[in-house]
Design a protein around this ligand. Sequence first.
Ligand code: SAM
Ligand code: SF4
Length: 360
Amino acid sequence: MTAVPVTIARRVERPAGAAGDPVSVAGASGPLVDTHGRVHRDMRISLTDRCSLRCTYCMPEQGNEWLARTSILTLDEIERIARVGAAAGITTFRLTGGEPLLRADIVDVVRRLAAIDSPDGPVQIAMTTNGIRLPEFLPDLIDAGLQRLNISIDTIRRDRFHELTRRDRLDDVLEGIAAAQASGLRPLKLNAVAMRGVNDDEIVELTEFAIAHDAQLRFIEQMPLDAGHTWDRTSMVTREEILDALATRWTLVPIPGRGGAPAERWALDGGPHTVGVIASVTAPFCGDCDRLRLTADGQIRNCLFSTTEYDLLPILRAEGSSDAALDEMLRSSVRGKLPGHAINDPSFLQPLRGMNAIGG
Ligand code: SAM
Ligand code: SF4
């Protein structure tokens, strides 16, 4: 089967022959190297677009267009794609969503993926979650092979949490974080999207909260990925502002050796505690990006902000289809990867999918 990408919003124009066109990339085997020399090692797998919260920067309160249940990948389909990815050099699978813990077979997903080998050895399984239901699942997830955990928490004030997530569930998230702290999974990471007039007065407090839970906080610049399309550049809290707020309390010492990681990190007062900032908008790190994304309905995306998707579903569901066809679709996606996102370009178009349907 020929790999045919599907454009799901108007593509940002670029000159013919410019970087990103499907030329001179890695061949039909070997690692997933794009036209800019970036080797892809990390696959984010969104397990569902459903969620127990409704964070304002991610999902609308009502009227969300859910993915069709029949198009949601099965456990066998996810495992098959992961095996093809691992054979092509993917070494880390991060499970996300929507809320990955809403998936009934979540422990089996972790168990099946953790059993996969890449040419570099066993793969790593990580998860990004809002933490709700973690106490119930964590022992089994760890037993199944989960190795790393990121939990999202944007505020530790109850009223604010309710307003921001449109659900009164701060206590459930705090219980999830406590369970993670009590587990052996380290480093434990907490994610917080910084928002003006919402939680930008909590930057120090959230960092102290993370330290008290033996976790590393990473502040995320808000990105134009909300399903409600309400993002506004002028109101987003920038990396510089986050660092200024942190500097009121700690001396920040940059930690070198970031590699392909999205977060820049700083030691607080020389360490051992650290804080990170993921500055996708004001300091993009696309040049070192090693990530591919698989949506819950079987689309490969080569960038969070991509408007083109590569559909694995027809291949997966065609009788007798070969893994080679899936591999070719992954490679086609990697070949089509642009050098960087265009958030800061006037021609930028927000993807049609909200973050909950892409997988953060
Ligand atoms: N539900 C899980 C959670 O919240 O951790 C996993 C999915 S969520 C989409 C993954 C991450 O994306 C979360 O840390 C969330 O804060 C972040 N996120 C969602 N929308 C965002 C946006 N518009 N800008 C920046 N980060 C966003
Ligand atoms: Fe749900 Fe995570 Fe999106 Fe919040 S950020 S609505 S918890 S998917």
